[in-house]
Design a binder for this molecule. Structure first.
Ligand SMILES: [Zn+2]
Length: 354
């Protein structure tokens, strides 16, 4: 017993305090069903959405600047955001000072409300305006239609094939999250807006938030930690999955990815969806966007467009998550290409009349 007692005491201590890869004392955190927390550098943590029925829906970040805490993209549901808030408090031993929204999509912004009144919510001027314009209508639409959509997804699960079995739990989590939060949501708009870029400076670490126009949406903000070579990309980067293109500008988006790919300062990227990635993920998405755009540009007739819509997903992207985005992405790009051709015909006629 004399020998056993010190061993017992030591093992209890190691359960209470373990150390992460950066040698920091890691507090014991209550695990979440909605996301997992990873330390990717000293004082930088990412929260990766659990795609198996989780209700976070997007990835988030926590950065301890030394004297203040920054939260990036606080999820879609207030319930998941509360967990993120409490974990951030435990990890940084203070209240959060800033919450950054990368863009206006519902899955990146609706956790804002749980950080009030302590936090300053930051985003670009355009994103703030988009949230103000879109959210009331979108929330109303979801309230009306989410029950039917959730029932359809659950029904689909009964006879799902292998791919669907992997993906449908994501959509169950999504619609359940929308339903669960619909009565408690309010639109918490940014109280600090910026154009181009802004810094949040701390006494140990500083972050730069940069606006990338005309990418995944008309205005996306990325959060950069230059000292550590880390970039939180929002939905400008999605890893091993089809991104949602139908609100974006593919040429502008590819240009942003190219700039990040060529910038040697950054090597670690948090995508809006998917796992923490290195530089190759930027190139892979750049190629995907180029491939789908080219296919849509080349399908000029109704029959060629119908044929493209019926073709299976190309082999290199077949295993990607969110396969259900592929066809809407094609349809969107076919419509964009069509509109461009019509505009160029109109402009040509005008030129001829001069
Ligand atoms: Zn998005």
């Amino acid at each position: 017993m004399r020998i056993l007692l010190p061993i017992l005491i030591l093992s209890c201590v190691s359960v209470l305090f373990s150390h992460d890869v950066f040698g920091q004392r890691k507090k014991k955190l209550r695990p979440s069903r909605n996301f997992t927390i990873e330390a990717i550098a000293p004082n930088v943590w990412v929260a990766i959405h659990n795609e198996y029925f989780g209700k976070a829906i997007c990835n988030a970040g926590i950065i301890d600047l030394g004297d203040k805490t920054v939260i990036f993209d606080p999820f879609m549901t207030p319930s998941a955001a509360v967990e993120l808030r409490d974990i951030a408090r435990k990890l940084t031993r203070r209240n959060y000072a800033y919450v950054v929204n990368s863009h206006y999509h519902n899955d990146h912004i609706r956790g804002n409300q749980v950080f009030l009144p302590n936090a300053t919510i930051v985003t670009t001027t355009t994103t703030r305006d988009q949230i103000e314009r879109n959210e009331p209508g979108e929330q109303e639409w979801e309230k009306k239609h989410a029950p039917t959509l959730l029932a359809a997804v659950r029904k689909r699960m009964v006879n799902a094939n292998e791919t669907e079995r992997a993906e449908l739990p994501y959509w169950v989590g999504y619609y359940e999250g929308i339903l669960e939060s619909s009565d408690q949501l309010f639109t918490a708009l940014a109280d600090q807006i910026f154009d181009d870029s802004m810094w949040i400076e701390g006494n140990q670490l500083s972050v730069k938030i940069v606006e990338c126009k005309n990418g995944h949406t008309v205005s996306d903000a990325v959060l950069l930690i230059p000292k550590l070579g880390i970039a939180f990309m929002g939905d400008l980067l999605c890893a091993d999955r089809h991104p949602w293109i139908s609100d974006g500008d593919v040429d502008g988006w590819r240009q942003h990815l190219k700039v990040f790919y060529e910038d040697k300062l950054y090597t670690t990227y948090l995508p809006g969806h998917g796992k923490v990635s290195g530089k190759p993920a930027l190139k892979i998405l750049y190629d995907y966007l180029g491939d789908v755009k080219r296919m849509c540009d080349e399908a000029r007739t109704d029959s060629a467009q119908a044929e493209l819509m019926n073709k299976p997903i190309p082999d290199e992207y077949k295993s990607w998550f969110c396969g259900r985005f592929y066809q809407p992405n094609l349809q969107y790009l076919i419509n964009v290409a069509k509109a461009k051709r019509q505009a160029s015909i109109r402009n040509g006629k005008k030129e001829g009349q001069r």
